[in-house]
Design a protein around this ligand. Structure first.
Ligand SMILES: [Zn+2]
Length: 168
């Protein structure tokens, strides 16, 4: 068993990698709006879990390719349009809720990271606590530098089953 309650000894994720990377936010930041799509939109509990799994289970770098996403982010607005055009209600996903990151990773490191996240969840289940990671979803096709594992911490909601597994 590992310590799943005290904070990690440090923060392993930078504001720069967690902030929204859409062109709208990037431009706003350039123009001096420092809070545009800020990493402070990430939920503290979710980051605490990520830092613990990074420090105590996986114990290797976890480079974030996408963290917080605002409503202007192309992936989010595209998903929303697609769902609404199908006549369904759109429920925000992990990134816009501040409980989602994509970790750029592939191959054996991806295998170990998937295991680490599930082991971390399992520690919580052993203590009758809800599992922190309700989505652990691999995108492992195409160029290796574009591959990632999505980690999400949202709760069950209409149009958003959890826990859930999807692939890309
Ligand atoms: Zn944005």
């Amino acid at each position: 068993m590992i310590d799943i309650s005290t904070p990690a000894s440090r923060n392993y994720f930078t504001d720069e990698e967690l902030q929204c990377r859409c062109t709208f936010c990037a431009r706003s930041r350039e123009q001096g709006e420092r809070e545009a799509g800020s990493a402070s939109n990430m939920k503290a509990d979710f980051l605490a879990h990520l830092n613990r799994v990074r420090e105590r289970v996986y114990c290797r770098p976890m480079p974030v390719s996408s963290g917080y996403r605002c409503q202007h982010h192309p992936e989010e607005s595209f998903n929303r349009r697609r769902v609404e055009q199908a006549g369904k209600t759109w429920t925000p996903g992990d990134h816009p809720c501040g409980v989602g990151v994509d970790i750029r990773i592939h191959g054996s490191a991806a295998h170990v990271l998937m295991r680490s996240l599930h082991v971390y969840n399992w520690f919580h289940l052993q203590k009758n606590q809800p599992q922190p990671f309700t989505a652990i979803c691999p995108h492992q096709r195409g160029l290796t530098q574009d591959r990632f594992i999505h980690i999400g911490g949202n709760n069950l909601a209409p149009g958003r089953p959890r826990p859930w597994l999807w692939t890309y």
